[in-house]
Design a protein around this ligand. Sequence first.
Ligand code: ATP
Ligand code: MG
Length: 382
Amino acid sequence: MKIKKRFTLYNIIMLMTPIILIGVVSVGFLLIFIMKYPVEELLVKRTALINPRIFAEAVGLFFQNNPGAIRIVFIWFAISAGILIFSTTIITMIMSRSIKKPIDNLHRAAEYIRRGNLDFEVLGSDYDEINALCSEFDNMRRDLKYARQLEHSLKSERSMLLANLSHDLKTPITSIKGYIEGIRDGVADSPEKVSRYLDVIYQKADTIENMVNNLSSYSRLELNREEFKFQTGELGKFLLAFCKKLETEFIDKDINLEYEFKDNEIPVRIDIDKMSRVFSNLVDNAVKYKKEGCLKLIIRTYPADGGVYAEVSDNGIGISPDEISKVFNSFYRIDESRSIKGSGLGLGIVKQIIEKHGGKIWLQSDGKKSGTTAVIFLPAAY
Ligand code: ATP
Ligand code: MG
């Protein structure tokens, strides 16, 4: 209820309560009075009562002759005054309490927030205006709590990032050192062995270089330092050229690539280099996380929802539902795939690039061993 409406109601109650109570008391007193002092004792003819002067004289004479009646009138007056004072005090108290309670709540809430406690709820009020203020306050508390949780998770993500990075760099560096020592100490005692050792060293250095490149791209994207050169075109056309190149790469590999593009004449904004990176990372994952046997890879596009959808589906090892939302986090790798080379930054980079295109990306999978589909949505650029 609005403050104005409620205050008007309280005013009516404040007015009516004493009137009704005093009225009831007065009727009681009048009956006592009439029973004790019959009208005949007024010593005046009823018709004369119409004249105010005669009436006043008669009443004065009556009270002179009956001093006990003055006491009754006095008691009536005192009780009526008491009723008036009591009822207005009680109603004023109820009124002020109804306003004071939510204000006290807000005051307490501000105090909690000042002390850093955000685990409470700001209760509402019967007054619409105060209720709106309370819910605004509660929204602010919730936003603060969310910001704090975000800050906390960012902090732990940063620490995880550092821990993973140092671990992931340490592993190839340790093996590079091992192989160099092997050459130096003469363990690689034939030119073939030395060449094999050098190949492994090169491979490990390559892994480190990839990791550093990924990390650099990831942080440049996160810090908005990566420049985008957008051009407007059809995603299908871009992907057709991309798939043609893939086909040549997949010759002699146990990979079956299918593609179908139905997004004709819907232009989207594309940075060709960055978009190539997106699809390369997705295809790279499909290849890395394949099951035994032939990999079936399907890349397709179709128009819907005012834009274009692109899907990269594989029949690989799949992802369980509880992992699917985490794989976009930097350095996140599902435990079983830890043995497979990768920095865990690929999907993080993909997500950032797609978001910079104004789009969205998510993964779908029916769980372990049932394949994965990466779905990308790009809004049309009209
Ligand atoms: P990087 O891409 O940096 O070389 P990565 O492939 O491990 O390393 P992401 O591409 O970010 O990192 O993928 C994160 C994790 O998600 C992977 O480690 C893998 O466990 C899981 N994943 C990603 N794509 C697939 C897929 N198509 N099938 C099954 N699991 C996948
Ligand atoms: Mg990857």
